[in-house]
Design a protein around this ligand. Structure first.
Ligand code: NAP
Length: 255
């Protein structure tokens, strides 16, 4: 990361789900560079361990790694329990986990895949927050990760887009339910080159047309999404709740 960062999260404890790589890792890194004590997590121990080591190598010393498959109830409980045991509090939660799994039209997707998309992208976000909410300090922010496709669910990942539409609604609903104690906001990125987006940009022409579809003529970066999540979670956004910050290089402005 080459952006200049402040220290907006000094003394704060932040949990980021699905954070051993991709956008989740970038968010953890940004929060950590801004002074947060971090809890990073994902399904695989070796990935979690690597993420912890990478963050420590960047000078972020307060990092706990926990294996947490967001769809596993015991893992969710353990994530919160271990955070409290290690750091004694929770000041911010970023619910970042998401999967796009299927490239089939909605009317052809097997039921099991529909279930999986709902489970990871929507239900797990709700259930993680149910676990965390009783422990959130007053003023602790929540950030959800939706997508531009939540506004315009298009093939080949239309069903994924529909789950992300739900997160836009969930942001509004939780902002009302958790106010005034907790602010709930959301980031909605366009295509960011990560493992998840690989199939959308896995050849030159797909990537070029994705870039061409933006006003800025390039794809975004995970660090840019992280900067937006950090803003929403910081005191700089203290009067902002129930909002969605789009990061699509202007692609959405063209719709
Ligand atoms: P990614 O690169 O595929 O993220 C992979 C990370 O998630 C890894 O740390 C992986 O580690 C972990 N993970 C995967 N499934 C998990 C699960 N069930 N429970 C816990 N951890 C899990 O994805 P990304 O592109 O960074 O996406 C992050 C979020 O941004 C998602 O919600 C996605 O929908 C959203 N988003 C992405 C884009 C994009 O273009 N990339 C655009 C808009 C929105 P393990 O393998 O160890 O579990």
């Amino acid at each position: 990361m080459d952006q200049k960062v402040g220290k907006r999260f000094e003394g704060k404890v932040a949990i980021v789900t699905a954070s051993s790589e991709g956008i989740g890792f970038a968010i953890a890194e940004r929060f950590g560079l801004e002074g947060a004590s971090l809890v990073v997590s994902s399904r695989k121990q070796k990935n979690v361990q690597m993420a912890v080591e990478k963050l420590k190598a960047k000078g972020i010393s307060q990092v706990l790694g926990v294996v947490c498959h967001v769809a596993n109830p015991e893992h969710r409980k353990n994530l919160i329990r271990q955070t409290l045991e290690k750091f004694g509090k929770i000041d911010a939660v970023v619910s970042n986990a998401g999967t796009n799994l299927s490239d089939e039209p909605i009317l052809k997707i097997p039921e099991s895949i529909v279930d999986k998309l709902w489970e990871i992208n929507v239900k797990s976000a709700i259930l993680i927050l149910q676990e965390a909410a009783p422990h959130l300090n007053k003023g602790s922010p929540v950030v959800l990760v939706s997508s531009v496709s939540g506004y315009d669910p298009v093939p080949p990942i239309a069903m994924y887009g529909v789950t992300k539409t739900t997160l836009l609604g969930l942001t509004k609903a939780l902002a009302k339910e958790m106010a005034p104690h907790t602010r709930v906001n959301c980031v909605a990125p366009g295509i960011i080159p990560t493992r998840l987006a690989h199939a959308l940009i896995d050849n030159g022409s797909k990537r070029e047309s994705a870039e061409e579809g933006t006003l800025l003529k390039r794809l975004g970066t995970a660090a840019e999404v992280a900067a937006a999540a950090a803003f929403l979670a910081s005191d700089d956004a203290n009067y902002t709740t129930g909002e969605v910050l789009l990061l699509s290089g202007g692609a959405h402005a063209r719709m």
